[in-house]
Ligand binder design. Structure first.
Ligand code: PEP
Ligand code: MG
Length: 656
């Protein structure tokens, strides 16, 4: 036996990527290897065990090995543990299990269920348009064992059945991961599942229970429950995500054992209206969009991310629907009215006919609007207005160009991070921003720096629990506190600025000092890139006006930037003190409220005084009833989901 005590210097400790690498390294030796921290010991070849040990940076651990190559193993692992950036060499797509994910946004309870006599339920109108189609119920049914115990003589055959189920599930997830059409971000999620399915600790403990005559499904769910609880007890976002991985893997194995299939948005057989409780970014990314005619969710509201994704893809959606999920599931046909927020279940024939006629009329209207694609609209008095696109991924570029986007007014970079299990590297980010800039050149592309926070954590940052995440450590606040993380993104944006008309924009700003600090970091990045001989540009700097403080201090902020972009989604929720995710206060979350428009006016005046331009990139930018007001107040750029662009151009042309 050979052992060595070391002080861990790996940034953020032995979890996330470093843990994955540590386990990979340990597996390359034949010796039995353990890591000891305090009273607890873990097998160094099990990532589940190692992560549960919760080794943090600066912790003292003992690495202990027994076997032929024990000395070499301990030496190599000690060097690893003492290297601060040991986790950084693994690239996405490796078999590593990885860091923090995008936990689901908190589910918002819908108001009391109510279904009217004609089968109509209502919710928050979240994406315009009308749809009718068969219901595809996307509710993941609970999985339960059909029995708890098995007979003694069944043990061998049940163990065999369990192992076959594990192999089959692993093979199918590996197949999905290796499918060339699978997005790299999704591959990472699948890698995390594969890692759990193959983890010796996870599988071994289930086999022990089966050996003790527990039913394989019951054993799988029991061990997953125990491990998930241990991960959750650590209390950080990364571990919470591992708990989800373990539950996800257990669900797949249990379904296989039960001979059941799960619902999957990638498998919607015919064009349908999807009804669900909520849809994660991952599910949405995998979905066969051509088969989603409309969307109905019992959670969420007009500016929640599923709403933004639905609008981007032109899918009519009603969210925060006040209906019992059982009622939605039981319906065979649904009508979605994304404008009024009404959802009609199993409509009468005459209603269905009228709806089909409306769907056809809307399609004709969209076709007619396509003549606006290449128009650069001006108001009647000749003021030119840029109508740009809000995008969250490269997949949306074609849609935006086809809709006639005159650039990108808001690129939400958080989707790049939230859909992944590892933060994208500088090279990966630079490649994404560069492709975006090239696709729209010479038109401007405004890249917003990471806007995440306690309600939507991302890989690579430990988020504390917060009582009020929307008032907490989000957007520029988190980025300024984590310059290492922030500078990776800033450098990537500077690199993209070498090839296109790139601008940079900071979210959630409340005071000028934040902009000054962020600009100083841009300077640092530019110097570092120069020193390395890497080509980069000097993007114009702008700021999102989306907090009351920023609006009230707009005069001061204007001195620091070359443009303002008003984020009416957040500005409305903060001015009105009405949560943008909560359907119960949707009636107060109104961008057309005089209080919000007053804030917009203050911002526009400050911009005019300082001689800088001002745009709107919140969802209100696409509202025909507000566009004339915005223009009158001095707004010169409107940025929105691509399907809204042609109509917005007509509104500009009709404005005085
Ligand atoms: C906004 O707040 O208006 C905005 C555009 O940003 P997001 O919706 O991404 O918070
Ligand atoms: Mg915002």
């Amino acid at each position: 036996m050979f052992e060595k005590q070391v002080v861990v210097r790996v940034s953020e400790g032995l979890h996330a990527r470093p843990a994955a690498r540590f386990v990979q390294l340990a597996k390359s030796f034949s010796a039995e290897i353990e890591v000891v921290r305090g009273e607890k010991t873990a097998n160094a070849k099990s990532s589940v065990k190692l992560m549960l040990l919760g080794v943090k940076e600066d912790d003292r651990i003992v690495i202990r090995a027994t076997g032929d190559d024990e000395e070499k193993a301990v030496a190599a692992l000690a060097v690893f543990a003492e290297t601060p950036d040991a986790g950084l060499e693994i690239h996405p797509g490796s078999s590593a299990p990885p860091p923090a994910p995008a936990p689901k946004p908190a589910a918002v309870p819908a108001a009391a269920p109510s279904v009217s006599k004609d089968g109509t339920v209502s919710g928050v109108p979240a994406s315009e348009g009308t749809a009718i189609g068969p219901v595809y119920a996307f509710f993941r049914e609970p999985v339960a064992a059909l029995r708890q115990a098995i007979e003694a003589e069944e043990v061998d055959s049940e163990l065999q059945r369990f192992r076959e189920a594990v192999d089959a599930v692993a093979a199918s997830v590996v197949g999905e991961r290796n499918d060339l059409s699978t997005d790299p971000a999704d591959q990472e999620i699948l890698n995390a599942l594969i890692e759990v399915i193959r983890d010796g600790e996870f599988v071994g403990r289930i086999e022990t229970l089966i050996g003790e005559r527990m039913d394989p499904v019951a054993a799988t769910l029991a061990i997953a429950g125990e491990l998930a609880a241990s991960f959750l007890a650590v209390g950080d976002a990364y571990m919470a995500a591992r708990a989800e991985d373990v539950r996800g893997a257990a669900r797949l194995i249990a379904l296989k054992l039960l001979g059941r299939e799960d619902v999957d948005l990638a498998q919607i057989p015919v064009p349908s209206v999807v009804v669900a409780e909520e849809i994660s970014a991952f599910d949405f990314a995998k979905a066969r969009l051509a088969n989603i005619l409309g969307l109905v969710c019992t959670t969420g509201a007009a500016t929640s991310h599923v709403a933004i994704m639905a609008r981007t893809h032109g899918i009519p959606a009603v969210l925060g629907v006040s209906a019992d999920p059982a009622v939605l599931k039981a319906a065979r046909t649904a009508v979605v009215d994304g404008k009024s927020g009404a959802v009609t279940l199993d409509p009468a024939d005459d209603v269905a006919d009228a709806v089909r006629a409306r769907v056809a009329a809307e399609a004709r209207e969209r076709d007619a609007l396509s003549v606006w694609r290449d128009v650069e609209p001006k108001t009647k008095s000749g003021t030119a207005i840029e109508v740009a696109a809000n995008l969250g991924s490269l997949k949306e570029i074609d849609k935006a160009l086809a809709a006639g986007a005159m650039g990108v007014g808001l690129f939400r970079t958080e989707f790049l991070f939230m859909e992944r299990r590892m933060p994208p590297t500088e090279d990966e980010q630079a490649a994404v921003y560069t492709r975006l800039a090239e696709a729209f050149a010479p038109r401007p592309v405004i890249i917003r720096t990471l806007d995440v926070g306690g309600d939507k954590p991302v890989a690579g940052v430990d988020f504390p629990h917060e009582e009020n995440p929307f008032l907490g450590w989000r957007g520029i606040r988190m980025c300024l506190d984590r310059p290492d993380f922030f500078k990776t993104q800033l450098s990537a944006i500077l690199r993209a600025a070498a090839v296109g008309n790139v601008k940079i924009m900071f979210p959630m700003v409340v005071e000028a000092a934040e902009i000054r600090r962020a600009k100083a970091l841009i300077e640092d990045c530019a110097m570092e890139l120069r020193a390395q001989g890497i080509a980069h540009g000097s993007p114009g700097v702008g700021v999102m006006l989306e907090t009351p403080a920023a609006a009230l201090m707009a005069d001061e902020l204007a001195e620091e930037v070359e443009f303002f972009s008003i984020g009416t989604n957040d500005l409305t929720q903060y001015v009105m003190a009405a949560d943008r995710m909560n359907p119960r206060v949707a009636h107060l979350n109104r961008a057309d409220h005089p209080a919000v428009l007053k804030a917009v006016e203050i911002v526009c005046r400050a911009a005019e005084k300082a001689g800088i331009w001002v745009g709107v990139c919140g969802e209100a930018a696409a509202r025909p009833d507000l566009i004339p007001t915005f223009i009158k107040l001095g707004v010169r750029e409107l940025s929105m989901s691509p399907p809204s662009i042609p109509r917005a151009k007509t509104c500009v042309a009709e404005a005085d």
